[in-house]
Design a protein around this ligand. Sequence first.
Ligand code: ZN
Length: 501
Amino acid sequence: MEPRAAYSELLRRVAEICDLSSASALLSWDQETTMPKQGAPARARQLATIAGIRHDRFVDGRIGELLADCEAAPGKFEDIERTQLRELRHDWDRATKLPRSLVEETASAESSALEVWRDARAKSDWKAFAPHVRQLMGYSVQRAQALGFTERPYDGMLDDYERGADEERLDALFAHLRPRLTPLIGPVLERRGRVDSSCVRRPLAVEKQAEFGLAVIRAMGFDLDAGRVDLATHPFCSGIGPGDTRLTRRYDPNDLRPALYGIVHEAGHGLYEQGLASELRWTPLGSASSLGIHESQSRLWENVVGRSRPFWEHFLPDLRRNFPSEFRDVTADQMYRAVNEVATSLIRVEADELTYNLHVLLRFEIERGLFAGDIQVDDVPAAWGEKCGELLGIRPKNDAEGCLQDIHWSMGAFGYFPTYTLGNLYAAQLYEAAQRDLGDLDGLIAHGEFAPLREWLRAKIHRHGRRYLPAELVFRATGADPSAEPFLRYLHAKLEDVYGI
Ligand code: ZN
């Protein structure tokens, strides 16, 4: 076929596949927010059917022919179109390696495992969940092997979430981070008297917490006409499609921090989804560069902005409007300290910035042990307790606050956790660069002016979708290769400020 015509047909087909992905995303969102419990088996079936149809449409030989027609005439295309073809080729080559039966069975198994995980977590019963973990691990290995990672399937899983990541590189990264983080924990805990978080740990009406959270994400620029916020067991952000980005939240009626930083985090993801250039929507480039980059957006808003002193200088009056008596005598400086409290806790999503990456390391080590056969699924609770003790100095009392706390394994998402650490590192590096470009960013934030930062992120990161691979995107935005140093600088500065070390 004539290359331009082939290209148009390709994009038309990709757009249909995007629609199918949107439909599954919406069904999954519904499953987590509003679906009645007994709808679960039918939902598993619906998701499997769509996954199968989507897969069939995508691996259609016609797509391969059209791609080849385009690739034979690169001169007929502009840069951005050649990049579209590059990403489509990448995805198509991978998808054609996966048998349809594997795709369908995986989707169905994941949907069932999600329900079992929820119950198992409520009852703190790893044994009930373990067979599903074994089954999903099996599918993940088959998938990685089909994709060509025959020797080291875990590398294939890591690469699935962050292209270019593998066990060896991540091992080196954590080997660099760990000795720079763990020695700080003791001295910080010795100075724990410098932070009093009682001002945020008190009964706080959840409706008022919700209102304040909405005010914050509106100020960040999250567009509620193109998104919404609902309750769920696990906070997440789902980009259903253009004009429809959904966030979820949960509350702690006795602590301001989990709900506030949960929603700010998810809104950071949401801004990324909403900021994609309109011309890339429904195209191969129309999604995030990687999960690590996605996480950099959420962590940048949650931590670098949301846990800064200028943030509280600006938002404390708003908080007081919602809670006039509770925060009457609290200062911005007290808020700043309270939200930066370091405490060795068991729950990853509520961990402070010093210990968070150690929670990730714990999961990375369990996963690599599982896939290497060094840890058996039945022994995960014991291994978890041991590693948790070693890294954080505490041990969970039960599975719910240990190995059952995260949703990821119930979704077959092995190899996902390290992207959280990559996100933390990218976030600090991006913020440093934004500060360089925008001047007094702290001053802007103290005045509630979030648009310059948001627009900087939009121009440097959001609008590009998958145009650049993660490392290149970071390089283009910051002028440097991805590195752990900006994060370590940032963390040291904060610990010095808050804890005097
Ligand atoms: Zn996130």
